[in-house]
Design a protein around this ligand. Structure first.
Ligand code: GDP
Ligand code: MG
Length: 442
């Protein structure tokens, strides 16, 4: 999700970290880069310019706190401002007995999100129930029943009943044994008087703790006016931005929602029922720019100071996680592993049996994850993975959107490769030559 924006912002941060001194010219350059990357993600022009102006002003005016260099300070300012631009604080849904009303236009993803929320609470050990109050669209009830049955979550509704208030009133007589009541409602093409009336009635009956507006990310900056209209008409308590997986405009949607002051609570990242993530602007920005958190970022800023010459040595010297990363990238660059196995018939023979396609795809996904994990490490960590203690592993996992177990698994694999490299270094000249033939960097 948002790979383009992420790599653009990563580029901005890297550039900044490489500068010896940050003056007004450098800041202008950085501001332009940020503008370019955000505009490409459909962020509203006015918001973009406000953001870069704040970054420039703060960077020039504020004195770095003691012990912090000016460059580190600018990095911190850029990070801080990006976080507040995309929503400031995380506001997860409380894990407790609650009632949730989902509202949104046609096709925004309400019904799917109702199912995702049911699963979300189910995983947290609560008992959800779904209520089908979309009485407007034919087959809306059946869609929800289908979702409920895959989850083993009960669905209450009255197929054929046209009055959603009646459906909800009757449903509430049967929901007391459940912890979380999730109500799906009918959409319209636009937020009109009819829809406002209907949702207000539902809300009066339900007395929902959460009135969540569902909005698709592919609207980009157009999410702004829509979120504002729903907020003003219905007093929403938050937003769920869906379809973050399928668009380059997610940055526009998130920043526009943040600007309305209605917090984004969750994001939908796929059609499947587990494709729902808690939205935390800090973690989100960290992930975009490829660092576990600000501390990791600043650590990197410190290391860059002494390290540029050393880095060169690293690449030619011993086997590091960077080298390992290059290899992973090369494998990815050569197309998929699956293709490689097909291209090199010897591999099939070597293994004896044909590798199942799913297994190869699984391996490929794993490699990609490893790439993200290594991308979240500082140069020092890549060079001497021994320094990776529990808290660093935690940071890297968060920053790369993977689990701590993934990080540990990668470290184990790296350790094995390193051992192998050592053995080959001693007596494996032939092996090295062979691997070179296959285009693998040694
Ligand atoms: N890729 C993707 N598709 C989604 C997501 N959420 C919903 N959809 C799809 O969007 C379409 C409309 O969803 P639906 O829940 O029926 O919307 P509703 O009309 O608001 O109830 C369906 O095809 C869903 O599979 C998401 O996060 N990612
Ligand atoms: Mg629906």
């Amino acid at each position: 999700m948002l790979e383009k924006l992420g790599s653009a912002l990563k580029g901005v941060m890297d550039k900044l970290l490489k500068k010896g001194y940050v003056d007004a010219d450098v800041l202008d350059e950085v501001a332009k880069d940020i503008q370019r990357s955000l505009l490409a993600s459909d962020v509203e022009v006015k918001l973009v310019f406000e953001l870069t102006k704040t970054i420039k002003d703060r960077s020039l005016k504020e004195k770095p706190p003691a012990g912090v260099t000016q460059r580190e300070h600018v990095v911190r300012v850029v990070y801080d401002e990006l976080v507040s631009f995309l929503g400031k604080e995380a506001k997860p849904l409380p894990v407790q007995r609650t009632k949730i009303l989902l509202v949104g236009l046609f096709g925004s993803g309400k019904t799917t999100t109702a199912g995702k929320l049911a699963k979300y609470y189910q995983r947290k050990g609560l008992r959800p129930v779904l209520v089908a109050c979309d009485t407007f669209r034919p087959a809306a009830y059946e869609q929800l029943v289908q979702i409920g049955s895959t989850l083993g979550v009960p669905v209450i509704g009255e197929p054929g009943e046209k009055d959603s208030s009646k459906v909800l009133q009757n449903a509430l007589k049967q929901t007391s044994k459940y912890d979380v009541v999730i109500v799906d409602s009918s959409g319209r093409d636009a937020l009109d008087g009819e829809m406002i009336n209907e949702v207000k009635k539902l809300n009066a009956i339900l007395a929902a703790e959460e009135r969540l507006m569902v909005i698709p990310a592919d609207l980009g900056q157009q999410a702004g006016p829509q979120a504002r209209a729903f907020r003003d008409a219905l007093g929403i308590t938050g937003v769920i931005v869906t379809k973050m997986d399928g668009t380059a405009k997610g940055g526009g949607a998130l920043s526009a929602c943040a600007a309305t002051g209605a917090p984004v609570r969750l994001i939908g990242v796929g059609e499947k029922l587990d494709a729902l993530e808690e939205y935390d602007p800090k973690r989100f920005v960290s992930r975009l720019i490829g660092f576990g958190d600000l501390e990791g970022l600043l650590e990197r800023a410190k290391e860059m100071k002494i390290d540029e010459a050393q880095a060169q040595k690293l690449v030619t010297g011993e086997f590091t996680l960077d080298e390992f990363y290059n290899q992973i990238k090369q494998v990815k660059g050569a197309g998929s592993l699956a293709q490689m196995a097909e291209m090199i018939p010897g591999i099939g023979k070597l293994i004896g049996t044909k590798i199942p396609k799913e297994e190869l795809e699984r391996q490929e996904a794993r490699m990609e994850r490893f790439g993200h994990i290594i991308g979240s490490m500082t140069p020092q960590e890549k060079k001497t993975p021994e320094v990776l203690n529990a808290s660093r592993i935690k940071r890297i996992a968060a920053g790369s959107g993977s689990s701590e177990q993934d990080v540990r698994e990668l470290l184990k694999m790296f350790e094995q490769s390193r051992k192998m490299m050592k053995t080959m270094g001693k007596g494996g000249k032939q092996m090295k030559a062979l691997m070179k033939q296959f285009g693998m960097k040694m």
